[in-house]
Design a protein around this ligand. Structure first.
Ligand code: COA
Length: 150
């Protein structure tokens, strides 16, 4: 598998990006403001993530997604580690990520990659999404914020 930066004239893999965030408007905004990286196997895009600069020396990992048929094979972990590596190489001092209170697998993945919880943005998903979201039998209401010093 190869991970490379999406070039400016390439269309971002929207279907894949929408797995991580249902709002196409937000996804396109993240991609235009940040750097989009894609993971390819046999010239096919199987994973994606975006590094979005937020505050000085801080970058946020947003929109990480792995194609459904390729999930649970370790690709997500490789992508998170690659994001940490790239953020470090680019001189950032902190990397952040946010996920839903109901996103049990994602919370496990980020903590296995060294992220620690720093706060909760209560009712974030109630305020920003019109549809109710349920995962693992839990309503997704709050955004759990995680960070890692680089
Ligand atoms: N309890 C404990 N560990 C769990 C877990 C659980 N319930 N669910 C997942 N994990 C662990 C896995 O065991 C694995 O760790 P390990 O390698 O130490 O065993 C790790 O989390 C992730 O596994 P991996 O196979 O690398 O992840 P993936 O390729 O399936 O990708 C996502 C993970 C989240 C990117 C993928 O599921 C996806 O695209 N989801 C839809 C989009 C999305 O939700 N994006 C994130 C938005 S915040």
């Amino acid at each position: 598998m190869q991970i490379r930066k999406l070039t400016l004239n390439e269309e971002p893999p929207i279907k894949l990006l929408l797995l991580a965030d249902p709002s196409e408007k937000l996804v396109r905004e993240y991609v235009s403001r940040g750097e989009c990286f894609v993971a390819e196997m046999d010239h096919k895009i199987v994973g994606v993530y975006v590094l979005l600069p937020t505050r000085p020396e801080t970058v946020e990992l947003v929109n990480i997604a792995v194609m459904e048929s390729e999930q649970d094979k370790g690709i997500g972990k490789i992508l998170v580690k690659d994001a940490i590596h790239k953020a470090t190489a680019q001189g950032y001092k902190t990397i952040e990520v946010g996920t839903g209170n109901s996103s049990i697998g994602q919370l496990a993945l980020y903590q296995k990659c060294g992220f620690r919880m720093t706060g909760i943005d209560q009712d974030f998903f109630i305020r920003h999404y019109s549809e109710e979201i349920f995962e693992n039998g839990i309503q997704c209401r709050d955004m759990v914020r995680l960070f890692q010093d680089l």
